[in-house]
Design a protein around this ligand. Structure first.
Ligand SMILES: Cc1cc2nc3c(=O)[nH]c(=O)nc-3n(C[C@H](O)[C@H](O)[C@H](O)COP(=O)(O)OP(=O)(O)OC[C@H]3O[C@@H](n4cnc5c(N)ncnc54)[C@H](O)[C@@H]3O)c2cc1C
Length: 644
């Protein structure tokens, strides 16, 4: 009886291995920094690879090309996917968030706590890239080598050096690479000309971190990814590298994929067998040997829907967009790289996940893995804002420069940029500040901050929803390194693969000891920032704390009202670096989804290679670690290539 049931299950998905079938050696789902490089590497190693991507190719969209257009990239409806998340289990707390997004009765968005009558609460806005290149095509491009304690340091440095194409250091610099595919660039001293006010405040911050204030310019152009002993315990101000080329054109995994897919031999034939199938939403993983008495189920292919904007996070989505169904088969392996929200969703829809949740949706269990969709974490962020005693002085305008209008039709600066000149080819004043709070989880720095006359308060589906600040505003926008609050979840909302999952970060839950530590560390950094603000000399300083608000003069240690500060933190906290929902873990870890070779436990021929695989969120920024993970996974997949 068992055998008959097994064969019936198998027959429904038997692959067509013969000529003319839709079959490949490998199928990779998702073209972000996890999937894109892996698919390209496997094709370069000689295998036939199908890369399916739900979005399309926007490589000539300037919003995704020009580094300084970042705010237009993540708000561009042709590039982005809109997720709306919750931070807390307690909905009263969710409703107190400052940046809550609502849908007004006329269909437009409202941001804030006091929506017009009849509005529907959507949650906190959490953008992702839904395009070729994934989120690396819309992100802020900060490129940061993580802490060595995040993984095996010796091999990972080697991997970084292998993939990097560094444009800002001399080619002898140890620990970096100059021949890889991942372009990195950093501003030089010219970006700081005329920025004396900004440098003054950053200089005060550097002094608090043990550096010499007088050398602030040197600090601001120092490499944050340098191979130096004790790097992860070294506090101070540094430069900030981004994934872009010398023209300040964004580099994303899209570029590597297209370079591989479009490469030709001298005879004009394709050099590599990489098929990139865009506008294709993978809806289910296909298995054979489900229920086999001796063998684990083997992933053999995927089902998909073909058509534009089929996923409901796509702002152009319509429920009438049904798409055309199809199937593709993998002779060797299927590799899932849909990102931290989508990979667990697709695993669950395919029968891999916590059995009780699958049962609720009547999904047949292929492998009971309780960790799928658990362990969600983030480098959550809170800006600490002050107002100076006068406006910040900006560099004197160049009267001969053309007037840029940020990509509007006939923007003269876009034409100049295409020629490799003009304002859009200049660097930025982005910087890195590393601090170790009084409550680090490990003996390492646990905060990244960027200081500037802009505040990173969160994200909005439309850029004009953001709060505006006066020219005397300065913010230290914080990013938590090594957060201990790890109770977040990605759960199915329905069995419709076009539906988004329910996402809750479950931050600072009661009795969560790690989360308590995080909150103490946040509070400690708020106080530190206030000490910096108070120490800025006149005429620019001292800066008055504005967010979190302090209605009296703060105490010399930066304290104001701890309860009020904590409340502010929880009403302002946001993130955009989700990881760890399909985490690698030891055999003894009940929440481990993957083994150390990215293989999904309980099945064969299936791996997950994206930011969901990290056991803990790596460093302050996940994109470089995800590119590196992809390279590492290439080694693991190729090691097994002859097995199938
Ligand atoms: C606005 C923003 C700013 C950011 N800034 C930074 C930063 O400055 N530095 C940094 O380090 N990180 C940053 N990040 C985060 C970083 O970009 C991500 O961590 C990284 O891209 C994750 O890579 P990934 O491969 O896991 O997933 P993604 O890059 O999200 O790629 C997943 C891809 O899979 C596709 N996909 C999903 N499901 C399916 C399916 N079922 N079928 C077919 N295709 C599917 C998606 O369309 C997408 O293209 C930012 C992210 C955003 C959104």
């Amino acid at each position: 009886m068992v055998k008959i049931a097994y064969w019936l299950a198998g027959l429904t998905v038997l692959p067509r291995w013969g000529p003319g079938g839709n079959y490949y050696d490998y199928i990779v789902i998702g073209s972000g920094p996890g999937g894109g490089p892996l698919a390209s590497n496997l094709a370069r190693a000689g295998y036939s690879v199908l890369l399916v991507e739900a979005g399309n190719d926007q490589s000539s969209n300037v919003n995704s090309e020009i580094v300084s257009f970042f705010p237009f990239a993540y708000t561009d409806p042709t590039l982005r996917w809109d997720f709306f998340v919750r931070n807390f289990a307690n909905n009263t707390k969710n409703l107190q968030h400052n940046q809550l997004i609502w849908r007004r009765p006329d269909g437009s968005f409202y941001a804030g706590r006091d929506p017009p009558a009849g509005s529907t609460c959507l949650g906190l806005y959490y953008p992702r890239g839904g395009t070729l290149g994934g989120s690396s095509a819309v992100n802020a491009m900060a490129t940061m080598y993580p802490s060595e304690s995040d993984w095996d340091p010796s091999h990972m440095r080697e991997i970084f050096a292998r993939i990097e194409k560094n444009h800002y250091l001399s080619a002898e610099t140890p620990g970096h690479g100059f021949e890889g595919y991942l372009h990195t660039i950093m501003s030089n001293a010219s970006s700081w000309e005329g920025q004396e006010d900004l440098m003054k405040v950053l200089g005060v911050a550097s002094e608090y971190l043990g550096q010499k204030q007088q050398k602030i310019l040197e600090h601001l152009i120092a490499d944050p990814n340098a191979l130096i002993p004790a790097r992860d315990r070294t506090e101070g101000v540094f430069g900030l590298a981004v994934h872009a080329d010398t023209r300040w054109r964004r580099f994303s995994s899209r570029d590597y994929v297209l370079k591989t897919a479009n490469a030709v031999l001298p005879d004009g034939n394709k050099k590599y067998r990489l098929t990139v199938q865009l506008n294709t939403l993978a809806t289910k993983l296909l298995f054979q040997d489900v229920g086999h008495p001796k063998k684990k189920p083997k992933a053999i292919g995927i089902e998909y829907l073909r058509g534009q904007s089929l996923y409901s996070a796509d702002p152009r989505w319509k429920s009438s967009n049904k798409g055309t169904p199809g199937r593709a088969y993998a002779r060797k392996e299927v590799i899932l790289a849909g990102g931290t929200f989508n990979s667990p969703q697709l695993l669950k829809l395919s029968g891999i996940g916590p059995a009780p949740e699958l049962a609720r949706f009547k999904i047949k269990v292929v492998a009971n893995l309780p960790g799928v969709g658990a362990n969600l974490q983030d480098n959550y962020e809170v800006p600490i804002i002050g107002h100076a005693a006068r406006d910040f002085q900006q560099p004197a305008p160049d009267l001969n420069a053309p007037t840029c209008n940020f990509g509007a039709p006939d923007d003269p600066c876009v034409d100049l940029w295409r020629q490799g000149i003009g304002p859009y080819t200049a660097g930025t004043t982005m910087n890195s500040i590393f601090r170790k709070s009084a409550y680090p989880a490990h003996d390492e720095r646990d905060f990244f901050l960027v200081g500037g006359t802009f505040a990173i308060r969160g994200f909005w589906p439309s850029f004009d929803l953001r709060p505006l600040d006066p020219p005397k505003m300065f913010a230290l926008s914080t990013v938590k390194i090594n957060p201990q609050s790890r109770a977040g979840t990605v759960k199915l909302r329905s069995t419709d693969p076009r539906d988004t999952p329910e996402i809750n970060f479950h931050l600072f839950e009661e009795n969560d000891v790690g989360a308590e530590l995080d909150l103490k560390a946040e509070l400690d950094t708020v106080k530190w920032a206030r000490r910096v603000f108070a120490s800025v000399p006149p005429p620019l300083g001292p800066l008055t704390p504005v967010e979190p608000p302090c209605f009296e003069t703060p105490a010399p240690d930066g304290s104001c009202d701890d309860d009020l500060d904590k409340e502010w933190i929880t009403t302002q906290i946001f993130g955009h670096h989700p990881t760890s929902t399909c985490a690698i873990g030891a055999d003894s870890d009940p929440l481990a989804v993957l083994d150390s070779k990215f293989r999904v436990r309980g099945v064969r021929g299936l791996r997950v290679v994206d930011a969901s695989a990290f056991p803990r969120v790596p460093g302050p920024f996940p994109v470089l670690p995800t590119f590196m993970l992809s390279e590492k996974a290439t080694e693991s997949v190729l090691e097994d290539a002859d097995r199938w």
